[in-house]
Every structure is written in C-alpha cells, then in structure tokens.
Design a protein. Sequence first.
Length: 299
Amino acid sequence: MNIRWLLLLLIACAAVWATPALAQTAVPATLSPEGEVAYAFGQQMTFSLQVRNEPLLQSAVLFVSTPQFENTYSHQLPIEAGKGDLINLRHELDLTAVPLQPFTLVTYWWVLEAADGTLYELPHANLEYADDQFVWKETAQAGVEIYWVADGLDLGQVALDVVLESLPRIQSVVQADLPNPLSIYLYPSASDLRAALRLSGQDWVAGHASPELGVVLLPAENPRTAVVDLRRRIPHELSHLLVYRAAGTGYANMPRWFDEGLATLFESVPNPNYEPALQDALASDQIIPFEELCVSFPR
C-alpha cells in the first residue's frame, strides 16, 4: 500500500463518525457509478460496483464501517481496463472472519483513484444487517419497534406493554432517554438466538442488548411463560441501554457488577433462583469478595 492509500485509510478511520465531512473532489458524471450489496446471513456480504472507466482509473478501495468496528475495514482492487470500458468491481466480505452483530448498521463506500492520482469518493450508503433467517412480524408505538416470529400470543403487544410499564421506574433512577427507535427482536427459541449471536462471535442465551445500535435480542420460546419471561428480560436489557446512554464514553469503565446488578434490580418479575443461591452462598461462606467482582464479573 503506497503513502497515498495509507493516508486515505487513516483519514477514513478518524473521520467516519466525525463532522463536518472533508471536502472531496467532485465525482465526474462520466463514471456513472452503480453499486449494490447483498449478503447471506453469517456467511458473506458481497459488494459490487459498476463504473465507466472515464476518466481512466487505476484502482479502487472499498471501505466498510459499523458501530462495532474499532477500525474501518478496507480492501483495495486494481483496475486494468481501457478508457471508457465498463468495469465491474466485486468484493466478498467473509463474515466468519469479520463477524457482524445481528441488525447492525453497515456503512460502506468506494474511493476510486484515477491514473493521474486524483481520488474520487463515492457517496456513503447504509445497510441494516438483518437476520433474514426468519419472517418477522412487526408492531410499533412511541418510538419502540417490536419484531417477533411466533404465532398465537400477540408477543408484540405484550413486549410493548412491558416496555411502557417498566420504563418510568428505570428512568427514575437512570436519567437517560431510549434510542429512537428502539428495536426489540423476539427470537422463537433460545437456541435460535444463541446461533445468531455465535455468528457474530458472541454467545449469551438469556438476552442481548447492543446499546450502540439501540437493539435488544431476546428469546420468547414458551407461550405459557412468555409474559413472565418478558417482564423479567425486557426491563433488564432496557437498564443496560439507559446506563450506556447515561454514561456515554465512560460506559466501558462502568463496573460490571453495578451494571448487571442494576439491571437485575429492575426486573419486574425477579428470578426465583437468585435468593436461594444467595442464601446458600452465605451459609457456605462462598460469597465472592467485592474486590474480585471489580476485576472479573462471572457470566
């Protein structure tokens, strides 16, 4: 990679979330760029770009960014074609090597380098990396979107009711607003949720909140216990989201025991196993020392 591309990459990494945007060379109409993206969930994401080779181009770089990436992903493609030729560029991103969180927002763009060294940055585009393995039903109210799969019980309305019921109590302690929109996905089983999270390099069966995305993933597998389960799980994950938004950049330094303890406190239906477990630990003198909790919190 030459100095020009290294500098461009460093600028992209530093500026992808920054404003205002840097001035760019206007893209000539003769390039007539047409791009598209498609993906197979958990397998690969394919980026394609068709351009007319006028002005004469020598290379292209694809940039991909998501809220979870510490650095912008990039891939350079050489261009060897005659002036005026139609060029088809294609790159497959291996999602087993570069895993993406379900429902993350993917931002991507191309930068073309002409033979004279001029750089042309094409407009940025966004894609939601949705888990399309299921046909999701949808309902929404007051900036809260609920998606679910199961038939029978109206899980969407149940989940909405739980959010609206529990939110005032949580916000009386954690003074922050929910992301708008807040998206909650109710997977048909814990194994389905676990499989989706494993494809993103994670594994947490009880529930998962992605505060930076404004997304909550939960299982709702048993119609007989769904209401009780959601009254426990939804307030728990809402607490994580609100603490994240209240703490801002300091969230990474938030003690895990505090974040989890607060989330557990807000559960509308407490887990009946917690109190016996605590009593047993007290009786057998197996309480985890506070200083150890600050270093490593068990999952």
